[in-house]
Design a binder for this molecule. Structure first.
Ligand code: SF4
Length: 187
């Protein structure tokens, strides 16, 4: 006979009730303890922050043999208290898909030169220096002295930025004289 959890509770209650009717001490009824099974896998749990948006939900990642087997919301985290939205629940796919390493994950910056049709791999140092040089050059060549600003540069923030990063980004842009500040969540 197949007994589900609800049936089990009903049968247990009925058994104890029957013992009481028969004058038996329910405390004397033998209850078999569950068998102790040795854990076959050493699963490690690590806390982390969701990589997808500025809400910054906390998550617990269970790993085994360098692979992720489960991601769940961290009940002790004050922001999400154990919950995760669908994006957060799919966080493991950043690294792996169906147990295999995600072959589409980018690990190196890609650069496409003006008018080029293909992408080339660049180092982070090259990328940061190139962006900084181009922003400076564009700003200086399009400086509006009367207004004390440039209309040639705009800043577009991403959903992964948290409060502090947004604060620093807007400070930096205003110091550069950039007035067009936008964010993907507003578009
Ligand atoms: S994407 Fe979802 S789970 Fe991740 S931080 Fe944002 S709201 Fe939280």
């Amino acid at each position: 006979m197949k007994v589900n959890r609800r049936d089990f509770l009903k049968l247990s209650g009925a058994g104890i009730g029957a013992a009481a009717v028969l004058g038996l001490d329910p405390g004397s009824v033998a209850i078999s303890a569950p068998r102790e099974l040795a854990l076959k896998r050493r699963v490690q749990e690590t806390t982390t922050i969701c990589c997808y948006c500025g809400v910054g939900c906390g998550a617990i990642v269970s790993t085994y043999d360098d692979g992720i087997i489960k991601i769940e919301g961290d009940p002790d985290h004050p922001i999400n208290e154990g919950t995760l939205c669908p994006k957060g629940q799919a966080m493991a796919q950043v690294r792996q898909v169906d147990g295999e390493l995600n072959k589409y994950r980018l690990t190196t910056p890609l650069y496409r030169a003006p008018n080029a049709t293909g992408w080339e791999e660049k180092s982070w140092d090259w990328m940061i220096e190139t962006i900084a040089n181009r922003v400076k050059e564009t700003r200086d060549n399009n400086w509006n002295t009367g207004a004390g600003r440039t209309d040639a540069v705009a800043s577009f923030g991403g959903g992964e930025l948290d409060n502090e990063e947004c604060y620093l980004l807007s400070k930096m842009n205003r110091a550069l004289g950039v007035v067009y500040l936008e964010h993907c969540a507003r578009i």
